[in-house]
Design a protein around this ligand. Structure first.
Ligand SMILES: CC/C=C\C/C=C\C/C=C\CC/C=C/CC(=O)SCCNC(=O)CCNC(=O)[C@H](O)C(C)(C)COP(=O)(O)OP(=O)(O)OC[C@H]1O[C@@H](n2cnc3c(N)ncnc32)[C@H](O)[C@@H]1OP(=O)(O)O
Length: 355
C-alpha cells in the first residue's frame, strides 16, 4: 500500500509495463504530457500496439478498459476522477469490477495524484450493486471469478494509497453502498424533492440473501455496532437525511452553487461527466479531494493503515473461504428462487415505469 507513495519509478514506466499485460481487445484513454488535458479513445488497437505508441510519446496517464469506467486527472490539484459508466444502472459485472480495479491502479501509479473521486456517469444512480443477472443460473467457472473481482475492488479501494471520495449522485444499494463505504469520504445528493430521493444501504436481506461478513463489518465500522446490526437485519435503505444522521455518509448536498471549482471541474471531469461540472455534489467532492491532496501523503497513508490494515489482513486471510461460501450460498435452490422472483419484480417495475 505505501510502496507506491514512496516509489521513485516514473509513472510512465509503470504504465507501459502494465499496458503490455492488458487484454488485446481493451480500449484506453490516453493522456499525453505536454498537451492540455486531453483524451483520445482508441478502441481498435491492440494493447501491444498502444504500448508501442506510448513508448514514443511521454505518457502521463492512461485508462480505462472498454470505457466501462471513464477517468481523468488534474495534476495541478493532485485530483483524479474515476467514474463508473455501465448503463443503465452501473450494476457491477465481472468486467466492470475489473475495470474499476485496473483504472484505480493506473491512477495510483501517477505520483502527482493524491486523491480520486469515485463517481458515476449516471446522474441518478451511483451503482445498483451487483449485477443480479450474474447471480442467476451462474456458470461454475464465472461465479468464483466474479466474486473474486468484487473482493478485489473492495481491497483496492479500501487499501488505496489515494484519498478516495465518493460522489454519490443517486442510488447506492448493496454493493453500490459497499463502494461508497470503502472510500475515505462520502458526499450524497439530497435528491430532487420527496418523490425522488436516492437511497443508500445494504438491502440484501430484502432479496433473501445476506451481506457477506466483510461487507457487513464495513457498515459496523462506519456507523457502529447497534445501528449496523439493525440496518443489516432489516435491509435498510437510507434516504439522504437519514444516511447523514446515521453516519452512512459524511455530507448531503442539494443546493446548486457556483464556485471557482467549476473551472477546475471542466478540466478534471471526463467528457461523459461534463454535464456535472456545476453539480453541487461534484463541486464538494472536488473540494474535499483537493483538501486531502494537500496533506503530506506518507502521513495520510500511515494514518489510513492505522484504521484499515487489520480488516484488510483479515479479508486476505478469509478470501478463499468467503468465495466458497458465496458460491455455495448463491447456487442454493432456495436462493436461486428468491433471486429469480426479485429480478422478475425488478423487470415488472421497469415495464410499468416505461408504459
Ligand atoms: C449467513 C450468511 C453469511 C454469508 C453469506 C455469504 C455470502 C453472501 C452471499 C451473497 C451476497 C451477495 C451480495 C449481494 C450484494 C448486491 O449488491 S445484490 C444487488 C442488490 N441491488 C439491488 O437490489 C438494486 C436493484 N435495483 C434497484 O433497486 C433500482 O434499479 C435502483 C434503485 C438502483 C434504480 O432505480 P430506477 O432509477 O428506478 O431504475 P430502474 O429500476 O428502472 O433500473 C434501470 C435498469 O437497470 C436494471 N437494474 C437495476 N438494478 C440492477 C441490478 N442490480 N442488476 C442488474 N440490473 C439492474 C433494471 O432492471 C432496469 O433495466 P431495464 O431498463 O428495465 O432493462
Amino acid at each position: 500500500m505505501s510502496s507506491t507513495v514512496d516509489s521513485p519509478i516514473s509513472s510512465s514506466k509503470i504504465q507501459i509495463h502494465q499496458l503490455d499485460r492488458l487484454a488485446p481487445r481493451s480500449a484506453f484513454l490516453l493522456f499525453y504530457a505536454g498537451h492540455p488535458p486531453h483524451q483520445t479513445m482508441i478502441s481498435s488497437l491492440s494493447a501491444r500496439h498502444i504500448a508501442r505508441i506510448a513508448r514514443q510519446q511521454p505518457l502521463r496517464l492512461f485508462s480505462s478498459q472498454d470505457s466501462l469506467v471513464v477517468t481523468n486527472v488534474h495534476e495541478e490539484s493532485g485530483v483524479a476522477v474515476l467514474a463508473m459508466n455501465r448503463p443503465p444502472a452501473n450494476s457491477l459485472s465481472l468486467e466492470l469490477n475489473e475495470a474499476i480495479s485496473t483504472s484505480l491502479k493506473q491512477i495510483e501509479s501517477n505520483p502527482k495524484i493524491q486523491s480520486v473521486i469515485l463517481a458515476s456517469s449516471n446522474p441518478t444512480i451511483f451503482s445498483a450493486g451487483l449485477d443480479i443477472t450474474e447471480l442467476i443460473s451462474p456458470s461454475d467457472e464465472r461465479l468464483p471469478k466474479f466474486w473474486n473481482s468484487l473482493q478485489q475492488v473492495y481491497i483496492d479501494l479500501y487499501g488505496s494509497r489515494l484519498a478516495t471520495v465518493a460522489a454519490i449522485q443517486g442510488h447506492a444499494p448493496a454493493a453500490g453502498c459497499m463502494l461508497a463505504l470503502a472510500c475515505d469520504y462520502r458526499i450524497m445528493h439530497g435528491g430532487h424533492g420527496e418523490e425522488h430521493l436516492p437511497t443508500i444501504g445494504f438491502n440484501e436481506t430484502q432479496l433473501g440473501i445476506a451481506a457477506p461478513p466483510w461487507m457487513g463489518q464495513l457498515m459496523v465500522r462506519t456507523i457502529g455496532f447497534r445501528p449496523a446490526e439493525r440496518a443489516l437485519a432489516l435491509g435498510t435503505l437510507f434516504p439522504p437525511s437519514e444516511a447523514l444522521n446515521a453516519g452512512v455518509v459524511d455530507d448531503v448536498i442539494t443546493e446548486q452553487s457556483s464556485s471557482e471549482s467549476n473551472e477546475v471541474l471542466k478540466a478534471l471531469l471526463p467528457e461523459a461527466l461534463q454535464s456535472q461540472t456545476s453539480n453541487p455534489v461534484m463541486i464538494k467532492a472536488y473540494e474535499e479531494a483537493a483538501c486531502y491532496a494537500k496533506i503530506p501523503p506518507q502521513a495520510r497513508v500511515a494514518s489510513k493503515l492505522v484504521t484499515r490494515s487489520e480488516s484488510l489482513k483479515e479479508m486476505q486471510m478469509t478470501r478463499e473461504d468467503d468465495t466458497q461460501h458465496f458460491c455455495g450460498f448463491i447456487t442454493h435452490e432456495v436462493v436461486q428462487k428468491n433471486l429469480m422472483k426479485y429480478v422478475e419484480k425488478m423487470k415488472q417495475r421497469g415495464k410499468a415505469k416505461k408504459s
